[in-house]
Write a protein that binds this ligand. Structure first.
Ligand code: LLP
Length: 386
């Protein structure tokens, strides 16, 4: 059982810390490999979800590629053993320095988001006498049915090149001799649980491919991005996302051309369930309509609830043997000087005391990597199951 194991293993460590279940990560990666290889799909791990060195090394050992969004992510990927030929580099604002890093490393592909960016990449490639391989990130204008801050594929979002601009971009690229168009890139958002959104994406890509073919432009690679959601409500029931249905959907609906390669950039679905934020109760404070559980972890360690009002399941590991204990209503908050520093409002937990150990589940993606030292807090540590 999760709580028993984690409590026993981590009781002696000082809190707060991230606890990573590396066995679950490996089981998840085995399924990712098994299901993607059925269709010869290529998976790049989106490093932005979790850039912890141990996690990256585990992922690398399953021969995934890397999806990076900064020069430092590229350097970290290479440091952790990812081959540059498996690295894609996305981002709406790549700096000249970051482009230089990527060119020097000879990465597989730049996912480009504007004409001006392509012009700059070309200019820097000329100065190095290199050819930069690029994919056009196209904004497909598809609603991903997820939180508005993690929706990326709508016209109003800053991401990607608008379809109406493509003719102009292709024309301009004809004189950019140090860039080579090798693919198309899409990404409509994150934490997507409504599979219809991915189906719509496939239909839209099929249309866009036809558009390119009509112009005699050959597309060798289609990158459909990431976004597969995880179950924040029931992390023990759905420990591994349904990769079989996810990859099958793309195989069923995407019209893949002969010799074309299909790429994915998965982040959250690979690492979210293997990570738990472990914290200790500092104080219990009785208030007018609720009781506050004040933890030693806050929005500095896990920002998602404060930023997206995200739900993470919370468990009191210390009370694991008293399931029968009376349930009380609590607001679970952190120590940071912000009212948004709140993990959950009005949830039921067994009666909780100072010193109890609290688990905040499904925190392996966009948790540790988004931690910061606001209030000059110590940087959060990590503990591994092995
Ligand atoms: N590819 C691109 C171009 C992306 O922008 C992202 C995520 C991914 C792939 C990976 O998406 P995933 O498979 O992880 O859904 N901090 C937010 C999530 C931001 C996602 C940003 N882009 C959160 O905590 O929910």
């Amino acid at each position: 059982m999760f709580s028993q194991n984690v409590f026993d293993k981590t009781n002696s460590f000082s809190t707060p810390f991230y606890y990573y279940d590396l066995d679950l990560l490996k089981q998840t990666l085995e399924i990712v490999k098994q299901e993607s290889e059925k269709y010869n799909f290529i998976v790049h791990y989106a490093i932005k979800a979790n850039a912890n060195t141990e996690i990256l090394k585990s992922i690398k050992s399953f021969d995934l590629g890397a999806d990076c969004v900064s020069g430092n992510e590229i350097k970290k990927a290479i440091h952790c053993g990812f081959s540059p030929k498996d690295i894609v580099f996305a981002g709406v604002g790549k700096s000249d320095k970051e482009i230089d890093t990527a060119l020097d490393a000879d990465i597989f592909c730049f996912n480009c988001e504007s004409l001006q960016e392509i012009e700059v990449i070309n200019e820097l490639a000329v100065s190095k006498n290199k050819i930069a391989k690029i994919a056009l990130r196209i904004n497909p204008n598809i609603y991903a049915n997820t939180h508005k801050y993690i929706t990326t594929g709508l016209e109003e979002n800053k991401f990607g090149i608008n379809f109406s601009m493509l003719e102009f971009v292709l024309d301009d690229m004809k004189v950019l001799n140090n860039t080579e168009l090798i693919g198309l890139h899409f990404h409509i958002g994150s934490q997507i649980t409504d599979m219809k959104s991915f189906k719509l994406l496939c239909f839209r890509i099929n249309e866009i491919q036809n558009w390119f073919e009509n112009r005699k432009v050959k597309i060798e690679n289609i990158n459909v991005g990431g976004g597969l959601g995880v179950d924040y409500d029931e992390p023990d029931l759905y420990r591994i996302p349904d990769f079989a249905s996810y990859f099958k959907l793309f195989n069923d609906f995407l019209e893949v051309r002969l010799d074309q390669k299909v790429h994915f950039e998965l982040g959250r679905s690979i690492t979210a369930q293997c990570g738990t934020l472990i914290s200790k109760v500092l104080y219990i404070k009785k208030a007018v309509n609720t009781n506050f559980i004040i933890l030693d972890a806050g929005m500095t360690e896990l920002m998602r609830p404060a930023l997206y009002q995200a739900y993470h399941k919370i468990e009191n590991l210390s009370k694991r043997k008293s399931i029968e204990a009376e349930q009380l209503k609590y607001d679970v908050v952190g120590p940071i000087c912000e009212s948004s520093d709140c993990f959950a409002k009005g949830i039921n937990l067994p009666e909780t005391f100072r010193g109890d150990i609290i688990a905040i589940r499904t925190a392996g993606a966009y948790g540790e990597v988004m931690a910061n030292d606001y209030n000059l807090r110590d940087r959060v540590k990590a503990v591994y199951s092995d």
